[in-house]
Write a protein that binds this ligand. Sequence first.
Ligand SMILES: [Zn+2]
Length: 347
Amino acid sequence: MAPPLRGKGGSGMAPMSWPHGIAPPAAAWQGRARMLSVPASRPNAYTGSPLDRVSGQRDDEAFVAAALASPDALFVPVWRSQSLMKGVEEGRPEAILLSAEAAAAVRMAEGPWALLGLWEGRPVFAVDCSAAEDPLPLLPEGFGRFSDLRGVAGLLPAGEASVLAHARGLLHWRLRHRFCGVCGAPCAPRSAGNAMVCTACNTQHFPRTDPAVIMLVVRETAEGPRVLLAHSTRFPNTTMYSTLAGFVEPGESLEEAVRREVLEETGVQVGQAWYHSSQPWPFPASIMLGFHAEGLSEDITIDPAELRDARWFSREDLRNHAALGFSLPRPDSIARRLIEDWLEATE
Ligand SMILES: [Zn+2]
């Protein structure tokens, strides 16, 4: 018989206890839910892919071979995690997908490739050309340049940013999982490049997406609500105050990760957390899961390894941030969306 986990449960089950001394929801919970259960106002950056991922057909070798040979196929080249675009310098970036003919030299470079899906019936492949010192000679003249997707996602048409992010994330994984994590033997691609199989022990390896939580902590005070934002050590040359964020650990729920990260980085106790929206973040391999969370304590003790400063801000502070000498996260970030949607929904 299994020992009781904790205490004396009459039914043999351990009684529920709230972690970190957090009080169970009280009658006021409903009101707080209204304050913090904030709907997403619009899609996040890197979402809205136009692709049909055809996951059921990736293992069909005849289907994949026909897609590869199709004159209608499109290729998304990635060079050392950079994406092919034009118009970046002018502030009007556009993704460049190469036709089968234009991609011939890139494909000859024999980097990893993967089927991303079908775009209005046309097969779309990601293809890596990182082995080339200079990738531009592989491209037809005038076909743009390789640039970092992170800097321009908010300016790209939504579907294009999503396809470039998909290609970047998948090829990043492919290049770093060439050998089996179980036995160390080389792996070979399967499922049109969307999986790897060990050539010795047959273990299958699938692309990783590491969950990270990102949260706007809100605390009700007599003077009105205050939100917790922090200046990170990762952005020392900016005046940006942003939401807290961190990776989910094994065996941890998303809500537990929200509470732990806020407590570790600022010493603030968090109660309930309400899901808002998510954003793919293939830099290199994450998905950001956005929450609004209820701050239960006020005193801040920062973790100096992570943060330079953390403060409670009022609505007026957020609206007048420029005059007050600090900046908010980029408009296309989920951090900014959490802040703006909360401001709007709780007006
Ligand atoms: Zn193996």
